[in-house]
Write a protein that binds this ligand. Structure first.
Ligand SMILES: [Zn+2]
Length: 467
């Protein structure tokens, strides 16, 4: 994600921060495989779904239950700030839950659903969960939203929680940052939408033929986002054999060419610097996706506001598009626990954004990063948070500076220390090593040490932990 406040940081920083194609899914035995049949009812702001998930048991201690995130329930009784409160609430209701063909009693608490297994499963076995769901879309929701003739489906289906050596990750929602952590999965989704609606998704999208269901497939992604719309038009293009589609609505025409160009050149730039984007398509959907959010990343689909405010007035939101695009590398392909270590994807993404703006757009913000880094030293003294904390530790007012900006400044300092080529090589090696996996801060530091051929632990400890 990019906060609105950070997207325009160049202008406001000093004033506003007084602190401030792969193998077929059928053969996959390592990843969850979601099959969904989705019907959209625009008159009711409702989505009905049937979902089967086949889950390989990968943990040594087996499985006794499953946990799913039901994020839309956060919009039922909004517990956070008034400014982001939906004008119409939303929720998701799950029914007919079966595991391996047997009905089971699920239990739901806020955004977490527990599904017991009829019998425990061991490593190497498969579990098949089936369920129906009804999603009532909020109006004015954050990320998950509907307006005019468009539905933004984000974190919208029952999403399997991650179980790793730390156990189940069933962290609650929060409005700070992106409180989502999911694993690589395969998807097969069939959409039934009324005539005239298009479906823009994580998968390589197909033009809607009238009255025909739209069948989409995507392997090796962490999430499956979709925009169902009658409002959007598209400008298509290609960069490095990746289809780059920019979606916009009436009134955004003046920025379409510039943002489409930025997305294409960003794709080429990051491919060259970090390693190839592994999918066939990226969709950039322009528009507001929630209070305070300038842009948001999903696999194969990003959102961005069309314009940002600068000291020279409004201009096309190139840096937001480029930021969300860079998340395809940091978050999308190389995953991390975004709740526990948000700096890892946001910091590397913010560095990638600044690096692109510096190299391709001639906007050198290194002095600003240095000033911002000094400011974070004061914040550490005043608030007591470092740059490597879980989401819940950060007051909103310091989150962007600590988690986005300071790590970006750190990467520039690393360039001064070991040279630009080495830093790019670290990122390449990190991408290559953790592609389609989950990486941690420690993994990143180990890669850096190896590539730089020196122990950088104290460098990272100073920047991330203020030690
Ligand atoms: Zn971000």
């Amino acid at each position: 994600m990019l906060q609105r406040i950070i997207s325009t940081m160049v202008v406001v920083f000093l004033f506003l921060f007084p602190f401030s194609n792969i193998s077929g899914a059928e053969e996959n035995n390592q990843r969850p495989f979601y099959q969904m049949e989705i019907t959209y009812h625009p008159q009711k702001d409702q989505v009905q779904g049937k979902m089967n998930v086949t889950i390989p048991v990968t943990s040594a201690d087996g499985l006794k239950e499953l946990y799913f995130h039901l994020y839309p329930n956060v919009f039922q009784e909004w517990k956070y700030g008034e400014e982001a409160k939906p004008s119409k609430p939303g929720k998701i209701e799950v029914s007919q839950v079966k595991v391996d063909g047997k009905s089971v009693q699920k239990s739901v608490k806020d955004t977490i659903m527990k599904v017991p297994l009829p019998s425990a499963k061991s490593k190497g076995e498969l579990v098949r969960a089936e369920m129906d769901f009804t999603l009532d879309l909020p109006r004015g929701g954050t990320r998950l939203n509907t307006f005019q003739k468009t539905a933004f489906l984000a974190q919208w289906y029952p999403m399997l929680a991650v179980k790793d050596k730390e156990g189940w990750h069933i962290d609650p929602y929060t409005t700070t940052g992106d409180p989502f952590y999911t694993q690589m999965s395969d998807f097969e989704v069939v959409f039934h939408v009324p005539k005239g609606y298009q479906v823009i998704t994580t998968a390589k999208d197909e033009p809607s033929a009238s009255d025909q269901p739209i069948r989409l497939k995507q392997t090796k992604v962490r999430d499956f986002a979709a925009v169902i719309t009658q409002d959007y038009q598209v400008k298509r293009g290609e960069a490095d054999h990746v289809r780059v589609n920019l979606w916009y609505v009436k009134g955004m025409e003046p920025v379409v060419d510039e943002l489409h160009q930025a997305a294409k050149s960003g794709m080429t730039f990051f491919n060259e610097k970090f390693g190839r984007y592994p999918y066939e398509e990226i969709d950039i959907v322009l528009g507001e996706t929630g209070y305070g959010i300038a842009g948001m990343e999903y696999p194969g689909l990003i959102t961005s506001i069309p314009m940002i405010q600068t000291d020279q007035g409004e201009r096309a939101a190139v840096n937001v598009v480029v930021h969300e695009l860079a998340h395809q590398w940091w978050y999308g392909v190389v995953g991390n626990n975004q709740v526990k270590e948000p700096w890892l994807d946001e910091g590397l993404t913010t560095f990638s954004e600044f690096y692109y703006m510096h190299k391709q757009m001639n906007e050198d913000e290194r002095d600003l990063l240095k000033k911002a880094a000094k400011r974070t030293d004061e914040i550490y003294q005043e608030v007591g948070v470092t740059s490597a904390e879980p989401l819940y530790k950060y007051p909103d007012s310091v989150y962007g500076l600590m988690v986005y900006i300071r790590p970006a400044a750190m990467m520039y300092d690393l360039i001064e220390k070991i040279g630009e080529e080495k830093v790019v090589e670290i990122l390449r090696s990190y991408y290559d090593t953790y592609k389609f996996k989950i990486a941690t801060t420690q993994d990143f530091i180990e890669i850096a040490n190896k590539v730089a051929d020196q122990d950088l632990s104290s460098f990272f400890a100073k920047w991330l932990h203020f030690k």
